[in-house]
Design a protein around this ligand. Structure first.
Ligand code: SF4
Length: 427
């Protein structure tokens, strides 16, 4: 067969790359003490999470907040559902302060938030933000009054709110009215389209009402959560085009394990790439006994792999194939990623910029040396039948070849030395 005589012509310009500029929004400050977490405006996209402990158990809740905060959650939400829970919120806050954790707490309210916030002023004060679900506040005038009461507390204590609409608890009066209006259309929309529109209308109209009641426009974050990827993308694209409030992104009830991670990533990546989203939460159902902090790690990894923020050095590892039958490189990739993450609480302050470091752990000579040369530091392990040696590349240059039974420990020591040299005080 004849080979083509020349290469195809070059494109006229370099490939367009990177996310769209972030949408212009107001900026909301969520604060505890000196720790101010800004959401929207020019602030980086904020990672947040939520506890699953009984809030009435102050110690268990404070411990989990601490774990989530140390994993990198910049804001943590707790359920405030009963008088016992509301009574314990100040104790949770005090316990966290004693432990040196100044992460702002958000109270998640449904049905009785107006009562709890007025009956427990210390709870209202200890929280840094209130999440209000306008669909879970009663009906008719009662709904209006309850909503006004919560906004009044937010104004009194100078706290921002998230007006968080959820398709599982959409304001039934609004939905009924919009379905009625839809039935009078010459060509009625599908029920799903009406539901999407109702979510957006509910969020924006309640935000406008909160402003009319005296809450500043820069104290309101909006969310419209649904559990299907395409619905979420459509709703947020629409919401983003109709208001300038910062948006909290999250696929609600995303599910367990890989399904939850994949669905959340699929939905959020599309929106983030379009410049939509100012704070994210990944709603993963933990496996029994599973680690709640996983949702924080996933949120960080979405932002970091998209190039939107950096939190911890990333390990590039090949998937492995028939060319490497040993699991050495899998163990090495896993242990190096875990090691890097464990170091971050200390490294973050000691080695500024280290969170952008790339480490490659590759399984054989096919792509190993090339990928390792592209990383800041990389190792190419021997595949089946290859000479049992592992060349290490630092800043693109081969520096040493490791052999024997202690490759993992030796490579970790090389990484540690590299971090100190490149990011340490004397660098
Ligand atoms: S680098 Fe080697 S072992 Fe890894 S996937 Fe590629 S060919 Fe397979």
């Amino acid at each position: 067969m004849n080979q083509p005589s020349s290469l195809p012509p070059c494109a006229d310009a370099p490939l367009a790359v990177g996310p769209a500029p972030r949408r212009n929004t107001r900026q909301v400050s969520v604060q505890w003490g000196n720790n101010v977490v800004n959401v929207g405006g020019s602030a980086p996209i904020v990672v947040q999470s939520m506890t699953n402990t009984d809030t009435a158990d102050a110690i268990a809740t404070a411990i989990q907040v601490k774990e989530l905060a140390q994993a990198g959650s910049e804001v943590v939400r707790i359920t405030v559902n009963t008088p016992d829970a509301a009574r314990e919120v100040p104790a949770i806050r005090q316990q966290l302060d004693r432990m040196g954790i100044d992460t702002p707490l958000v109270g998640d309210f449904h049905y009785n938030g107006h009562k709890l916030l007025t009956q427990f002023p210390e709870c209202a004060q200890a929280l840094s933000k209130y999440r209000i679900n306008p669909g879970n506040m009663g009906a008719g005038n009662r709904r209006e009054d309850n909503f006004a009461q919560m906004i009044e507390v937010a104004c009194r204590y100078n706290k921002p709110v998230r007006i968080g609409v959820n398709w599982g608890s959409l304001d039934s009066t609004l939905m009924a009215r919009m379905m009625d209006e839809n039935s009078r259309r010459r060509e009625p929309w599908s029920a799903q389209a009406v539901m999407r529109e109702a979510l957006v209308v509910s969020a924006i109209s309640n935000a406008q009402r909160a402003e009319a009641l005296g809450l500043p426009g820069n104290a309101i974050v909006l969310s419209c959560k649904v559990s299907h990827v395409q619905d979420l993308i459509a709703v947020y694209q629409n919401l983003a085009s109709r208001c300038d409030y910062p948006l909290h992104l999250g696929l609600t009830e995303a599910g367990m394990g890989s399904k939850g991670i994949v669905a959340s990533t699929a939905a959020l990546a599309v929106l983030l790439q379009q410049g939509i989203g100012d704070t994210i939460r990944i709603s993963l159902t933990p496996e029994p006994g599973g680690d709640r902090t996983r949702e924080v790690v996933v949120a960080q990894e979405i932002l970091q792999t998209m190039g939107l923020r950096a939190f911890t050095p990333m390990v590039v590892a090949c998937p492995g194939c028939g060319r490497t039958s040993s699991t050495v490189f899998q163990h090495l990739a896993d242990s190096i990623q875990a090691y890097l993450r464990e170091q971050m609480p200390v490294w973050r302050t000691r080695y500024p910029g280290v969170e952008r470091m790339n480490v490659a752990v590759m399984g054989c000579v096919v792509n190993g040396p090339g990928e390792s040369q592209h990383a800041d530091i990389g190792i190419s392990l021997p595949g089946t039948g290859e000479v049992p040696s592992a060349p290490v590349y630092v800043d693109g240059r081969r520096t040493v070849t490791l052999k024997g039974d202690h490759i993992a420990q030796e490579f970790q020591a090389i990484v540690e030395h590299y971090v100190e040299q490149r990011y340490g005080a004397g660098a």
